[in-house]
Design a protein around this ligand. Structure first.
Ligand SMILES: [Fe+2]
Length: 222
């Protein structure tokens, strides 16, 4: 399917009163998301329009390099916020369903996963991305310093915590303690059904790949 322009979506979270995260924060935040969609589209259009027989491919600086890299920043700015806004507006509480089962096994208890993900939120500069690995079916809390660093291939995001200051400075202040309070508020508003839907899609993708043999193990050198 050829590329088509990204379009900012509407989210349930914007029709609700969130617990601790103000309407103003959400509205300002949405403008950033719209900006990421616009810039991702602009980068992708330019990348499609370059004359690759003529354009310079310099590793120190080149227009191709700059637009290609900034494209990933803008695109993941769109995608990360799409998940973030998508799973706000819920009732919070404890994880349930398949997500709870997997983290219970992976982290030796749901409470231990909560401790780990909250500590990751203090250690990250941009995002914490809780991702499902399509290769081995495990869950991992990725610490990301920007929208596009340091996620890995074949990881499907199922839960995304935006810890850039713009997500919490208005409501909680730009301090480590303010961030902790914001992360608590984030979990009070999380829709676990949405997280489990994301996880369901990821597990289905893994099952599909397993069935077609794409995950089949081959002996070294075979
Ligand atoms: Fe953000």
């Amino acid at each position: 399917m050829p590329w088509d322009e990204l379009k900012p979506r509407k989210f349930v979270a914007f029709e609700k009163e969130l617990d601790g995260i103000s309407k103003q924060t959400m509205e300002d935040h949405y403008k950033l998301y719209e900006g990421y969609a616009k810039k991702a589209n602009e980068c992708r259009r330019r990348l499609n329009e370059f004359d690759y027989s003529e354009i310079e491919g310099n590793q120190v600086f080149s227009e191709l390099r700059a637009v290609s890299i900034d494209y990933t920043f803008a695109l993941l700015g769109y995608k990360n916020h799409d998940l973030y806004f998508g799973h706000l507006g819920g009732e919070g509480g404890q994880p349930d369903g398949r997500f709870a089962e997997i983290v219970d096994d992976e982290f030796n208890g749901v409470d231990k996963w909560f401790d780990a993900v909250k500590k990751a939120a203090s250690a990250a500069r941009g995002w914490v991305m809780v991702g499902y690995d399509l290769n081995d079916g495990s869950i991992f809390n990725y610490i990301m310093d920007t929208q596009n660093l340091w996620a890995v291939y074949n990881m499907v995001p199922v839960l995304a915590i935006d810890v850039y200051e713009h997500a919490y400075v208005r409501d909680f202040g730009a301090t480590p303690d303010g961030r902790k309070q914001y992360v608590e508020a984030f979990f009070r508003n999380l829709d676990w059904d949405h997280v489990n839907r994301q996880l369901g899609q990821a597990e289905a993708a893994k099952e599909g790949a397993d069935r077609t043999g794409l995950q089949e193990e081959h002996p070294v050198g075979a």
